[in-house]
Design a protein around this ligand. Structure first.
Ligand code: SAH
Length: 232
């Protein structure tokens, strides 16, 4: 059962990539994929790049070309709900595209012709990922619920308040998860995602994000990936 480990940016996955030898690197669709064995599992590790289209291309390549049977995303996100602070961890139960709007033909946020705006993550894989996050980062607040994605780095208090008002259930905002969730839904491939909160998507987001990805993101991802692979 090959498992894909995906992050958007190198900073989010540097510590995991250091465990995989350079000769296992392979370029496909302009991306670098590392095949290898980690903690007893066949893995394909890849950097998707940023945004929904990049994430969808990556997920499709992982499934079609590398035959992965499960996809796990680990990275950072902006906190939206009031209790979701920098350094907390959010495990996604479902995803929605906050910038998708084909109204009035379809309700706002609904993915045209799918009859839904939300794609759920895999229940069993998500439960294991949440347990792994708890084991890897004891003392860290862990939230589970809706994560929203869009092709915007949300970095103003005005925009983050507007998102909270429109989507009060949303715990966090990022730029890839909903795309991967939709591709995995189409292919019937289990998907789970964990995001450490790097910023609050507000006027301080840019500075907080930069500091966090340099100092914490990679360590968090490596610890959670190791714990997950040991538990699977
Ligand atoms: N200026 C940054 C751009 C990164 S985009 C740079 O120079 O690298 C932000 C990345 O982190 C995306 O992959 C997204 O999924 C996640 N992310 C973290 N905080 C976010 C926020 N406030 N809004 C949207 N995405 C965020």
């Amino acid at each position: 059962m090959t498992i894909a480990i995906v992050s958007a940016m190198h900073e989010e996955l540097a510590a995991v990539l250091r465990l995989l030898p350079e000769e296992h690197r392979q370029v496909a669709a302009g991306r670098e994929f590392w095949r290898g064995r980690l903690h007893g599992h066949e893995v394909v590790v890849v950097l998707s790049r940023i945004g929904k289209v990049a994430a969808a291309t990556t997920a499709t390549a992982l499934i079609e070309r590398f035959g992965v049977e499960r996809i796990v995303f680990t990275g950072v996100a902006g906190g939206l709900a009031p209790g979701v602070h920098v350094g907390d961890v959010v495990v996604a139960d479902s995803f929605l595209q906050h910038d998708l709007d084909a109204s009035p033909i379809f309700p706002r946020y609904e993915v045209p012709l799918y009859g839904t705006s939300r794609f759920a993550t895999d229940g069993a894989l998500t439960a294991t990922l949440a347990a792994a996050a708890r084991a890897a980062l004891p003392g860290t607040a862990l939230h589970r619920g809706l994560v929203v994605s869009g092709d915007r780095f949300v970095a103003t208090t005005v925009e983050s308040r507007a998102l909270q008002a429109a989507l009060p259930e949303a715990l966090a905002v990022e730029m890839e998860g909903a795309a991967i969730a939709q591709v995995c839904h189409d292919y019937g491939v289990p998907f789970a995602a964990v995001r450490t909160i790097s910023d609050r998507a507000d006027d301080e987001a840019h500075g907080d994000f930069t500091r966090f990805v340099e100092e914490v993101a990679s360590r968090h991802s490596a610890a959670m990936v190791a714990a997950l692979l040991r538990m699977l």
